[in-house]
Design a protein around this ligand. Structure first.
Ligand code: TUI
Length: 314
């Protein structure tokens, strides 16, 4: 059993949080992770408030355990969803891709546990001051919108900059990486890519197959030119986008290339036009398993690694 400030803070059995993957992390996936003893997360992504409210209500039907909502702060619907989580009394909110300062007071007053993703020490300090309950330190190995620093460097920096519990994310899909996260100063992990291969994850079969087959160099980062670097599988779409990025095409046309790309990956498995977000750790995800198996086996393996962690020290 791994009992940490995170399991106690969130009222969960295992210190495992499922990443808030836009278009992917719905009530079905989130409730399966919560029922397994981790913390399932519904991703708002760019969806509107009614969709998110609907998924929250579905999750309440599917689990009586705590779950959370991830708010992608670049979304045009972020303000509306920030209010919906209060109205629906969602127990936990995670945020990504921005600075959630303007919502913190309302969320804290509503008793919501707030876990912002921080990709820098400055934001970690600001969030600590504004009353965050824990911080998610997500390194650039992760899928989707990525920061500059790797998990190995970011987690100890964040852990030393705050008294709050720190959750490591980016590059974690097995017991070894979970154990390593604890050695870096984290007391919990957030994982996204490994849950793409969950039985309860409703992505297109082509997407799942691509994750299972991914090798060490299967992902790449595009989007730097427009200031939103994103890690995805190295597909035809990603290669075309990368070429366009280094061509003389104007910013507006480049932006248009990406419109609807996440949906076309998740719903259609469209390799030509879809953007298949994935972390580097897809290379270590090789089987479709139930969320319960994923959560429990990773924790069990981490316990074993941590028990043996002193073996080189005499
Ligand atoms: O947010 C993510 N991952 C995401 S968001 C997303 S949707 C999207 N689609 C297309 C383009 C851009 C986004 C897909 N994947 N992870 C959490 C994360 N947050 N990573 C990095 C950050 C971050 C970056 C800067 C958090 C805070 C931040 O602060 C900026 C500031 O103003 O201080």
């Amino acid at each position: 059993m791994i009992n940490t400030p995170i399991t106690r803070l969130l009222g969960i059995e295992y210190p495992v949080i499922q990443g808030g993957m836009a278009w992917i992390a719905n009530a079905h996936l989130a409730s399966s992770v919560s029922n397994a003893g981790g913390l399932g997360i519904i991703a708002a992504g760019n969806a509107d408030g009614e969709y998110v409210r609907g998924e929250i209500r579905k999750a309440k039907e599917l689990t009586d355990k705590p779950f959370g909502v991830n708010i992608m702060l670049m979304s045009p619907h972020a303000d509306e969803i920030a209010s919906i989580v209060v109205e629906e009394k969602v127990p936990v909110v995670t945020t990504g891709a921005g600075n959630p300062s303007k919502y913190m007071k309302a969320w804290k007053e509503a008793g919501i546990k707030v876990l912002p993703v921080v990709a820098s020490v400055a934001l970690a300090k600001m969030m600590t001051r504004l009353g965050a309950d824990a911080l998610i330190a997500e390194g650039g190995e992760s899928g989707g919108h990525v920061g500059e620093l790797t998990t190995m460097v970011l987690v100890p920096l964040i852990a030393d900059s705050t008294d709050l519990p720190v959750i490591a994310a980016g590059g974690i899909a097995d017991g070894r990486a979970m154990a390593a996260s604890f050695l870096l100063g984290a007391v919990g992990v957030q994982m996204g890519t490994v849950f793409l291969a969950a039985e309860e994850c409703d992505i297109h079969p082509v997407y799942k197959e691509k994750i299972l087959k991914a090798g060490d160099l299967a992902t790449m980062v595009t989007g730097k030119r427009l200031g939103h670097p994103v890690r995805s599988l190295r597909t035809e779409f990603a290669r075309t986008y990368m070429k366009a990025e280094y061509s003389d095409i104007d910013d507006e046309s480049l932006e248009k290339l990406g419109v609807g790309a996440l949906r076309m990956a998740v719903k259609e498995g469209n390799l030509e036009k879809g953007c298949f977000l994935s972390g580097q750790v897809a290379a270590r995800v090789n089987a479709i398993r139930k969320s319960e198996d994923i959560v429990k086996s990773i924790v069990k393996d981490a316990e074993e690694v941590l028990r043996g962690a002193g073996k080189w020290v005499s």
